[in-house]
Ligand binder design. Structure first.
Ligand code: AMP
Length: 285
């Protein structure tokens, strides 16, 4: 694995690969890597000749400064995992490299409805930050394939929109959510959970599973109220529990039984915010 800290050097290196007609796959991350991240690398290796991973804890996407300060960093282990799993290139920039003129007064993206709901509503400015960093990373890496996780469902939709805005042809691949054996979605933030919070945290998966199991027989209001009770019984403070059209994230109060739908949850164990989602009418989650 080759490690690049400077974008220009990475750009030059990748240009030679493009000239040699090699396909470039890209998995952007914020580090503290787990098997969920590695599944993106594995998927890239299946589809591409060169797999690039970036680790950059992007300051502009944190609406809560404490969340940014406490974001876990496990760089040595990350490098070990990436190397072990066949990553070709790690891009590890400093903030100065991504934002040479600082992070004030950055560009604004028109994300429309997507920014007014769920994560957009509860984390003001978050998706602007995601687009600001992703536009820079995509300009540097110019991938043929982009691998991102369904775990961040709305983020996938935002980045697909960004690809359109930037008129980039990268093929977007949504990778399934990897879970711990008790159902908890793998997440870097799980490292911050203490023993009790870690046990409680499975409540999100239980609530999603409950919604999925009862979606045919109950009305949405009742199901969502029950799901909230499951979360509250595990000491969660809830941001949202919603059911939405899986294609455009329009929030739904009922269902025609045909459209593809997804349940989405964001909730806190004390100050640690967790998110997860589940497609409700498919074998897969
Ligand atoms: P992050 O480091 O949290 O910004 O995540 C980097 C990428 O890994 C994003 O595309 C995430 O959606 C994806 N990811 C995070 N957790 C998981 C998971 N449990 N399973 C699959 N992909 C994940």
């Amino acid at each position: 694995m080759i490690l690049f800290k400077r974008s220009l050097e990475l750009i030059n290196h990748l240009q030679a690969k493009v000239n040699a007609k090699l396909k470039i796959g890209f998995a952007p991350t914020m580090g503290a890597l787990h098997q969920g991240h590695i599944s993106l690398i594995t998927e890239s290796k299946k589809n591409c000749d060169i797999t690039v991973c970036s680790i950059f804890v992007n300051p502009t996407q944190f609406n809560d400064p404490k969340d940014f300060q406490k974001y876990p960093i496990t760089l040595e282990k990350d490098i070990y995992l990436l190397e072990k799993n066949g990553t070709d290139i790690l891009f590890l920039p400093q903030a100065q490299e991504i934002y040479p003129s600082g992070t004030k007064d950055l560009e604004h993206y028109d994300l429309g409805y997507l920014e007014s709901i769920l994560e957009g509503k509860y984390r003001q400015g978050h998706f602007q930050g995601v687009c600001q960093v992703m536009s820079r990373l995509l300009t540097i890496v110019q991938p043929d394939f982009l691998f991102m996780g369904q775990k961040d469902y709305q983020q996938c939709m935002v980045v697909k929109r960004l690809l359109q805005i930037m008129k980039l042809n990268a093929k977007f691949i949504t990778c399934a959510t990897l879970r711990e054996s008790d159902g908890l979605a793998m997440s870097s933030r799980n490292l911050r959970l203490n023993e009790k919070q870690r046990i409680n945290a499975t409540g999100i998966y239980q609530a999603l599973t409950y919604i999925k199991e009862n979606i045919e027989s109950e009305n949405f209001n009742n199901i969502l109220a029950d799901a909230r009770s499951i979360l509250e019984s595990k000491d969660f403070k809830i941001d949202y529990v919603e059911i939405a059209d899986a294609n455009d994230l329009q929030l739904l109060k009922n269902w025609d039984g045909k459209q593809k739908i997804v349940a989405l949850i964001a909730a806190f164990q004390d100050e640690i915010r967790l998110i997860d989602n589940m497609i409700l009418n498919s074998e897969h989650n």
